[in-house]
Design a protein around this ligand. Structure first.
Ligand code: CMC
Length: 389
């Protein structure tokens, strides 16, 4: 019997609807742990603060794919593989050159990642022995896609990836056409570490749901990019920057407190605040806050940090809501010269490590993901011919 037809399913057995699957535990995972009350985040055993202080993004990728840190040889090998996988097949470069220059960067990234499957030697075959290689290929190519599209839309030549250097270093090089300084590389690397993994968020759930049908990893990541793009998820960082730029237009003495209160009075959501799991300060926001303060001072954008703090205090006083990861990351990216509509693509560049880690984990203990919906429509209606409706 097809869906939509009454199947005799007893709704009384399922009387509760958890809107937004709030509080539903659907999987066990070793990828990350969030204590929403304490404001604690752990990736495969390590506190985010420990990783932020000591790790590189490449080490975090290995951690999320293998549930342990790499030894020196394994890390070198992973770095080499990531470097070797950076280049894009010509048809994808042709697509990037040909597409609308006004296209949304996240939409271009979604299409290009989907195309990558056609050029993968494994054709995205569903085989656990191939998964890590596929994860490396996707993770290595995403930064090249983002930088290439940004160059093309600004009428600049695409910069080929370097055969050396970290993911962060190479990305900034491809984006700007010049090698970044140590501070910019470090900032970028830290942002990648902080965004890599975060439990059963909407995009990770999407990746697992697609993976659970035994569809290929490219499909799972393409779907996840679509989910991350939305303003209630990863798209919030661009929305935060647009808010700050709206204030900038009002001049240096813009009143961020009045601005925030007005938005709240008209029942608008303030982007970069609130979280389904954290009921306190998001630990990633705390780390990004320090970076945003230092960088905005160094680059002469102090007003952005001041307005951010005015908004933060107003949200705390008026709604008792704290900032999430997207709030201060906006100022950090702005300070290192990245255009606002690229912010969510950078989130993707990092989160792909978590998505692929979850895809691998799902495959190791798979069951099709198939919840139910409580039917609240009418039943057994009489058929009315089209001319009589
Ligand atoms: N601004 C104003 N009010 C808010 C906000 C906000 N940012 N977030 C939550 N609230 C209020 C909301 O209006 C509601 O109030 P009331 O009960 O009076 O109607 C209450 O808090 C609960 O909100 P909700 O939307 O039902 O909560 P949720 O758990 O479904 O949503 C959220 C979580 C992240 C979607 C939401 O906080 C939000 O829309 N925030 C703004 C967008 C954002 O910053 N998203 C990034 C999330 S973190 C990074 C990521 O996952 O990508």
């Amino acid at each position: 019997m097809s869906e939509g037809i009454h199947t005799g399913f007893d709704e009384q057995q399922y009387p509760h609807i958890n809107r937004g699957l709030d509080g539903i535990v659907a999987f066990s995972t070793t990828k990350s742990f969030i204590d929403g009350q304490k404001g604690e985040l752990i990736y495969s055993g390590y506190l985010i603060d420990t990783l932020a202080e000591n790790a590189t993004f490449e080490e975090v990728c290995f951690l999320l794919w293998n549930d342990r840190l790499p030894n020196a040889k394994e890390l070198e090998s992973l770095k080499t593989l990531l470097i070797e996988n950076r280049e894009l097949p010509q048809p994808i470069l042709d697509y990037i050159n040909a597409t609308d220059k006004d296209a949304e960067p996240m939409a271009v990234l979604r299409t290009a990642v989907s195309m990558l499957a056609d050029f993968d030697d494994t054709k995205g075959k569903y085989d656990p022995t191939l998964f890590e290689g596929q994860a490396i290929a996707i993770t290595a190519k995403i930064p090249t896609i983002i930088a290439a599209f940004d160059r093309v839309r600004h009428g600049k030549d695409i910069v080929a990836p370097l055969k050396e250097g970290s993911t962060a270093y190479n990305f900034l090089y491809m984006l700007n056409g010049e090698k970044p300084g140590e501070q910019a590389e470090k900032t970028m690397d830290l942002c990648l570490i902080l965004h890599a993994e975060h439990g059963m968020n909407a995009s990770t759930f999407t990746a697992r749901t697609i993976g659970a049908t035994q569809s290929d990893m490219y499909s799972a990541i393409t779907g996840a990019i679509g989910a991350l793009k939305g303003p209630l998820h990863g798209g919030a960082n661009t929305a935060v920057m647009n808010t700050l730029l709206e204030l900038k237009e009002q001049g240096d003495d813009a009143d961020a407190v009045a601005f925030t209160k007005k938005k709240l009075e008209s029942k608008e959501k303030i982007m970069g605040f609130g979280h389904r799991v954290y009921k306190t300060f998001d630990p990633r926001a705390r780390l990004l806050q320090t970076m945003a303060k230092d960088l905005s001072e160094e680059t002469g954008h102090q007003e952005l940090y001041k307005w951010s703090m005015d908004m933060l205090n107003t949200m705390k006083n008026e709604k008792n809501i704290d900032p999430n990861v997207d709030f201060f990351s906006a100022t950090v990216y702005y300070s290192i010269g990245i255009q606002p509509d690229l912010y969510t693509t950078i989130f993707t560049m990092s989160r792909v490590s978590g998505w692929t880690g979850h895809y691998i984990e799902q495959a190791a203990n798979n069951r099709l993901i198939r919840p139910r919906a409580l039917y609240v429509g009418e039943k057994h209606l009489d058929w009315v011919p089209v001319e009589d409706r």
